[in-house]
Ligand binder design. Structure first.
Ligand code: C2O
Ligand code: CU
Length: 379
């Protein structure tokens, strides 16, 4: 893929969740130089995993992503699954000025003191009244992608009762009920939804319930003659490890999340009391299991994302969690501590940051260096 930068600003592309060679990861000053206006860069990689991914700039992302500069990347399964329909819903919100245009004040003090930039208009695929029309009886795969700078969604599908088959692009160990799943910035969820065969003429409102003010995200309308529902086993990953004893293992790395005064925006978000630029690089050995702790000492939300790696939540506030799936971004609520386990298997220098883009831009970012295993026997 060749990126030709016709923007008035430098940019790059980061392939969120795609396990690429480190040099293709699109991080300015770490894996490549920023691509100047008029410049170009060729990204080359062979995707290792099928699934739902997205890509976005890693330069001034709080502005570039907010303005809509991103895309969805779907890596097809080796064999096509017999869903009657495969749809993508991109969830985004927009803070508009009184002129109806994107408000050009980015990374404001208000956004930094809160959970980043939340817009007053929410769209699905750019449409504030998105309606997906299907035939009764269809079985659809619906891929949700949250590209918002700060907003979190908790979609309620009501009587449609979707099953979650993938989180952050990776198949779950088994299909899971959607209850309790949220999409923080960066997150993806793939859903398996069977539309009732007797549903002709019905509209199903999908309600967001993350905030105290629920609203309709989109609707699914069943229309026309019923079709027969494809019957097949939903895709899954039987190799998601249990890691039962993980809770007994010591914490290898702790990241304390907090804010301090200072920096060009007046507020800096920090990891272990250091903003980006003053950060320490965490060194991890490839192929070795580690327990990483995120400790949120602030009252705000922080969806923490690690480039090039997938991890599994093993504890929340010290209580063991059995998450039968991997993720690349995990949401921490105020004062919450989340422990994850992971086996880094892709070498290189990877970013670890909050995916609330204003928090990241004001310092909440660090680096993880994954060294190839010392023991050449380890894969
Ligand atoms: Cu979507 Cu640095 O990430
Ligand atoms: Cu944050």
């Amino acid at each position: 893929m060749r990126l030709q930068n016709d923007l008035p600003q430098p940019t790059t592309i980061h392939w969120h969740g795609v396990r690429v060679l480190n040099a293709m990861d699109g991080v300015p000053g770490v894996t490549q130089d920023p691509i100047p206006p008029g410049g170009s860069f060729t990204y080359r990689f062979v995707p290792k995993d099928a699934g739902t991914f997205w890509f976005h700039p890693h330069v001034r992302s709080a502005e570039q992503v907010e303005r809509g500069l991103y895309g969805v990347l779907i890596v097809d399964d080796a064999e096509t699954l017999p869903y009657s329909r495969d749809e993508v819903w991109v969830l985004d919100d927009w803070r508009l000025g009184s002129d109806g245009q994107v408000d050009p004040r980015f990374v404001t003090r208000h956004d930094l003191a809160h959970d980043g930039r939340w817009g007053q208009m929410v769209t699905v695929n750019g449409d504030a009244a998105q309606q997906l029309v299907v035939r009764p009886g269809e079985r659809i795969r619906l891929r949700l992608v949250n590209t918002s700078n700060g907003r979190v969604y908790r979609p309620d599908f009501g009587s449609l009762e979707p099953r979650v088959i993938a989180v952050d692009g990776m198949y779950t160990a088994r299909p899971l009920p959607i209850d309790g799943f949220e999409l923080a910035p960066g997150n993806r969820l793939d859903l398996d939804i069977a539309i009732p065969a007797d549903g002709a003429g019905r509209s199903y409102a999908i309600i967001d319930r993350f905030t105290r003010r629920p609203f309709t995200l989109a609707t699914i309308r069943a229309d026309g003659e019923p079709v027969s529902t494809p019957t097949f086993e939903a895709p899954s990953n039987p190799n998601v490890p249990g890691w039962d004893g993980a809770i007994e293992r010591p914490v290898d790395v702790t990241y304390v999340l907090n804010a301090q005064r200072g920096g060009e925006h007046g507020i800096q978000w920090t990891i272990n009391e250091r903003p980006w630029g003053e950060h320490e690089v965490t060194e991890l050995e490839g192929g070795r299991w580690v327990r990483v702790r995120f400790q949120n000492d602030s009252a705000r939300l922080h969806p923490m994302h690690i480039h090039g790696q997938f991890f599994k939540v093993i504890a929340r506030n010290g209580q063991p969690v059995d998450a039968p799936y991997f993720r690349d971004t995990v949401l921490l609520r105020g004062r919450e501590t989340i422990d994850v386990g992971m086996v880094p298997i892709d070498w290189g220098r990877w970013m670890m940051h909050c995916h609330i883009l204003e928090h990241a831009e004001s310092g909440m970012m660090t680096e993880v260096e994954v060294a190839p295993p010392r023991d050449p026997e380890t894969p």
